[in-house]
Structures are given as C-alpha cells and as structure tokens.
Write a protein of this length. Structure first.
Length: 61
C-alpha cells in the first residue's frame, strides 16, 4: 500500500488524498511509481509481485 498526500505549495499544508493498493494482495511486495494527472482524475501505479510454487510431499523415506 502507498499513501499519497496532497501538498499545497502556498500554505505548505499536507492532506491525505488516496491509498494506492493492488486489487489482490497475494504476493504484492511493492507499490511504486504512482503517476497522477494534474487534475487528479486519472492515476496509475506499478505493483511488484513475488509469486512462487509451494509443493507438499508426503511419505518419502
């Protein structure tokens, strides 16, 4: 999850704007490089996922 704040240059006040998070949390390691349009109506970001296979083996001797 990545928190994005709005920063007003004139007043130097920061206010919370959005929390960017992947639609599926499984394997999500990093949410980064958010890009936001100047009017704040469109945004996108990159999610790095680490997914692996897990095998269960029983009965080995």
């Amino acid at each position: 999850m990545r928190r994005v704040v709005r920063f007003e240059v004139g007043t130097r006040i920061r206010t919370p704007w959005k929390e960017l998070r992947p639609a599926e949390d499984a394997g999500a390691a990093i949410v980064y490089q958010p890009v936001i349009s100047t009017d704040g109506e469109v945004w996108f970001y990159t999610v790095i996922r680490h997914l692996n296979n897990l095998y269960l083996v029983e009965g080995l001797r």
